[in-house]
Design a protein around this ligand. Structure first.
Ligand code: PTJ
Length: 246
C-alpha cells in the first residue's frame, strides 16, 4: 500500500503500511502494531526529528559497536518489517552479527524474519531453530538465544520493553537500546539509550560508524566513556514533557 504523494502525512502512512504489510506477510506479530503505535505517539511529541541528545547517543552507540569484540544486533519482527536494509547495513558497517529474537516466537515467524534480513542483503543470520540455549533467568521466548547473543560483549536491542536488557547486563554485556519511550524498563536499564525512531536512528548510526571507523579502539572507548546516559535520558524526558514547539 502507498499513500498519495499529496498526503500531508505520507511518510508516516508509508511507514505504517510497511508494518501492516509485515503483519500480512507473517513477519510482524499482531502486538507489534500496538508497540509501534506507542512509539508513534512519543515520536509525535518529539516533533518526529532526531534531537541533539539522540544524535549524541547514536554516535556513542556507533563507537561502542566499533570498539566491541563481538557485537550483535538483535532483530525482532517490527525491525525486520520497517528497516531490514538499514539493520543489515549497520551490521556490516560495525562488524556486528545479526540474530533474530522474538517475543511471539514460532518456527514460521523465525524463518520469515530471517528471510527478510537475507533479502535485505544479510550473509548470515543467527537465532533460527535454536534449541536448549537460553539467557539465564529469562522465561519468555525472548530468553531463547543463539551463539551470537550468548557470546556477544555488546548487544543492540530495538523496539522492545521487558526484562531482557537487565538479564543481558547480568551476563556482563553492554546493551544499546533504541526506544522512543525514555521511561521504558529497557530505556532505563541500557548502557546507551537512543530515544529516536529506529528509521532515523539506524541511518544516523551507519553514517557515524563510517566516519568513526578510522579511529582506534582506545579513542572509541574514550568516546563511550565520555557519554552520560543518565543525563541524556533525563534531557530526552524533559523535551517530551515540555511539549514540542515547532
Ligand atoms: O516481533 P516480536 O515477536 O518480538 O514482537 C515484538 C513486540 C511487539 C513484542 C515488541 O515490539 C515489544 O516488545 O513491544 P513493547 O514492549 O511494546 O516495546 C516497544 C517499545 O518500542 C515501546 O517503548 C515503543 O515506544 C518503542 N517503539 C515503537 N516503535 C518504535 C519504537 N522505538 C523506536 N522506533 C520506533 N519506530
Amino acid at each position: 500500500v502507498e499513500a498519495p504523494v499529496s498526503h500531508p502525512r505520507k511518510a508516516s502512512l508509508d511507514l505504517r503500511h510497511r508494518l501492516t504489510d509485515g503483519l500480512e506477510g507473517g513477519v510482524v506479530a499482531p502486538a507489534g502494531l500496538i508497540a509501534f503505535g506507542r512509539g508513534e505517539a512519543f515520536d509525535y511529541l518529539l516533533g518526529e526529528r532526531t534531537c541533539f541528545q539522540a544524535a549524541e547517543a547514536e554516535r556513542a552507540a556507533a563507537a561502542l559497536l566499533l570498539a566491541a569484540e563481538r557485537p550483535v544486533l538483535s532483530v525482532n519482527g517490527n525491525v525486520a518489517a520497517i528497516c531490514p536494509r538499514e539493520a543489515v547495513e549497520l551490521a556490516s558497517a560495525t562488524g556486528s552479527k545479526l540474530e533474530v529474537n522474538l517475543f511471539y516466537r514460532s518456527p514460521g515467524r523465525e524463518v520469515k524474519v530471517r528471510d527478510a534480513l537475507l533479502a535485505a542483503g544479510a550473509k548470515a543470520v543467527y537465532g533460527v531453530g535454536v534449541k536448549g540455549k537460553t539467557i539465564p533467568g529469562l522465561e519468555s521466548e525472548r530468553g531463547r538465544a543463539d551463539e551470537a547473543i550468548l557470546e556477544a560483549d555488546v548487544v543492540l536491542v530495538m523496539l522492545e520493553d521487558g526484562d531482557r536488557t537487565e538479564k543481558l547486563k547480568g551476563m556482563g554485556k553492554k546493551v544499546i537500546a533504541v526506544d522512543l519511550n525514555p521511561l521504558s524498563r529497557t530505556a532505563r536499564k541500557a548502557d546507551i539509550t537512543i530515544v529516536d525512531n529506529v528509521v532515523r536512528a539506524l541511518p544516523n548510526m551507519i553514517k557515524d560508524a563510517k566516519e568513526l571507523k578510522k579511529l582506534g579502539k582506545e579513542k572509541l572507548k574514550a568516546m563511550v566513556a565520555a557519554f552520560d546516559n543518565e543525563r541524556n535520558l533525563r534531557e530526552m524526558e524533559e523535551i517530551i514533557r515540555s511539549g514540542f514547539k515547532p
